[in-house]
Structure formats: C-alpha cells, structure tokens
Ligand binder design. Sequence first.
Ligand SMILES: C[S@@+](CC[C@H](N)C(=O)[O-])C[C@H]1O[C@@H](n2cnc3c(N)ncnc32)[C@H](O)[C@@H]1O
Length: 365
Amino acid sequence: MNIEFSFKNKEYKIERYPKTENRSLKSWNAADELLLQHVEELVLGNTSIAIYNDRFGFLSTMLNEFSPSIIINYKSQEKAIQKNLNANKLDFITMQFRTPLDSLPKGIDLGVFKIPKSMELFRLQLAQIAATLDEEGIVLGGFMTKYFTPQMLDIANEFFEEVEQSKAWKKSRVIILQKKKKQKEHSIINSISFQGEIFQQYFGVFSAKNIDYASQFFIENLNIKENEKRVLDLASGNGVLAKMVELKQYASEIHLMDDSYLAIESSKLNLNSGNLFFHFSDSMDVFKNDFFDVVISNPPFHFEFETNIEVALELFREVKRCLKEEGRFLLVASQHLNFKTHLIKLFQEVNIISENDKFVIYECK
Ligand SMILES: C[S@@+](CC[C@H](N)C(=O)[O-])C[C@H]1O[C@@H](n2cnc3c(N)ncnc32)[C@H](O)[C@@H]1O
C-alpha cells in the first residue's frame, strides 16, 4: 500500500478514504505520477488548473500551490481529498470544489485528468472543461496502459485538433490534447425506456444502456407493504428502484442516497411527485437510528477499476442501525458475491425471496 510520497523536497502522506483492509489497493498509481511529471514541465506560477477524477487527493495535494479547481464526482472522493489536504496541512477553500455540472472559472490553462473508466463520463468532463479552457489551453489525460481503449482518442478528437500520446512509463501513459475545436452542443444525458417510463441519466451514471438486469429481477419481485411508509433506496443510481416504489403510492416518504453526484442529479430528473428526499452521500450517518420501515438496494461492489465489497458491508452495518425494530432490508446481488454469509452476522433473519442462476434477492429482518 503506498502512503508516502516525496515531491519538491517535501514528504506527503496520501491515505485512502474509505479505508480498506486490502493491502493491494493503492492511494495513487503510476499514471498519477506520470501526470505530475508532465504538469511540472508545463506550469508557471500563475497557471490556472482544473483537476478531474483525483480519487483520493494525490494530484490535489501535489498541485495545491496553484489553488486548482477540483471537480468532484463522488462524496467519498470529496471527503478523501479534504482529509488528505488537512492531514498534509495544506490550505484550500471549498469554492475550489466544483461539480461536473458547474461552470468552471473562465480561462483554465491546464486540465489534469485521470481518465475515468466510463468513456461517457470522460466526454461529459471534456465538454465541461472545453467550455472554459483558454484557446491555448492543454488537457493531460493519464491512464494505466492496460485500461487503454481507442475510444479515449476518438472522444479526445471530438474536442481537440491535436491529440498525442506520451511514451509509456511504469505501464502508464499520458495523452496530450491541444488546440480545442469550435464548441458544438454535446449531449450529456442518456434516455432509457423501461416499463412505460423514460429514465434519464447523466453520462457516467451506472448502467447507461438499459436498466441493470439485477435491478430488473429485483423489480419483478419487489413487494413493499402498505404499512411500510418510510423507504430508502440505498445506492440509488438513476432512481429506478425508488421510482417503482413511487408508482405504487404506498410510501409517504421516499429517500434516495448515492455517492455519485451525477446519479443523484439524474434521479431528480426521474422522480418528481410526493415526499422525496435526495441525499448526495457515501454514508448513512445522515440518517437517525430506527428511522426506516424498509431499505431497498442494489448495492455497489466495485469502484472504477477496483472490485471491493467493503463499502457494501459497511453500508449493511449502517442499514441495521437505521432500520426500525420491525423494519426490512431488501437487496439484490450477484450470486457469486455470496452476501448471505455477511448478512447473517448482522441480521436475525435472512430469507431468500427469489433467485435465478445470476442473482439473488435477500430479505433481512
Ligand atoms: C449497482 S449500482 C445500483 C444503482 C441503481 N440502484 C440501479 O439499480 O440502477 C450501485 C450504486 O452505488 C453507488 N455507490 C457506491 N458507493 C456508494 C456509497 N458508499 N454510498 C451510496 N452509494 C454508493 C454507485 O454510485 C452506484 O450508483
């Protein structure tokens, strides 16, 4: 696990949030370091920088002297960056944090990107920065070579005349984008038709082409009772599960929570009637104890290129705290995750409501 990094004769510590027991998961990788080397060659004292997809704050920490704009996709990312800036005793103002849908300050000179797994998210982000990038501005995109896809270059070419690639260094590479093209309208929303409803979602939100098959199976078997009035859709994505509850009209209060800013903003496009509460959060500490009658979820088990169930397990512990005495936790998961072994440690009763060869739906009480 990498934690310490020496830069310009100073030692920095970058830690992961949320913490992990898996020692092979890192706080940054060679692509971050290669990006930093490229930035060093380009910057002057007053360069105006925007940083994208900095998961735990490595780039935001090393480039702190430029007071960069930091574009935040996830609440957990925002918390990680704040924790690391604080721990390294660096100043920042929350104004530096921008959402992927904000306008950036005019005249950005340099965009520093860790290229995300979702190519649609990359497109949305390039559209955002291209709107305010200086005519002479440059965008650097770092990635591990094993994750290269030709689409990266295709998308870069939609926005820039010149797209070059650096030499590989420690299995990473940087693409250098210059001479931005004249701006045209770029769509940043997908529409998905499902059960007579149209679901809209911003680029980069989970399951872009269709409603996820696990969620479809869950919906076929979803049975919210008439007395279950306060409902949480945990890890709500575009809000499809909450929407199904909304259509049933039993619930008097529907809460949606997701770590992704674009997911929460998408769900606001899809749910619009009744008593709705949207929570852009990675943690259930926003909720009181004994609060919900029922929590429904298609929980996360990976983040970008990493597969890790620790986040889901922490959410399950919190569900237990936030459920009323008689409350129920309904979730769908892939069979291979074998969540039952974890759920029976937390709940008195864990029933299988339905299953097929791929997915299983649990009811926990
Ligand atoms: C499997 S998707 C399910 C999305 C949606 N419910 C659906 O069925 O299409 C999991 C979601 O978990 C979100 N997520 C990841 N970590 C989270 C956390 N700590 N708290 C809340 N949501 C999280 C992701 O952003 C993603 O939208």
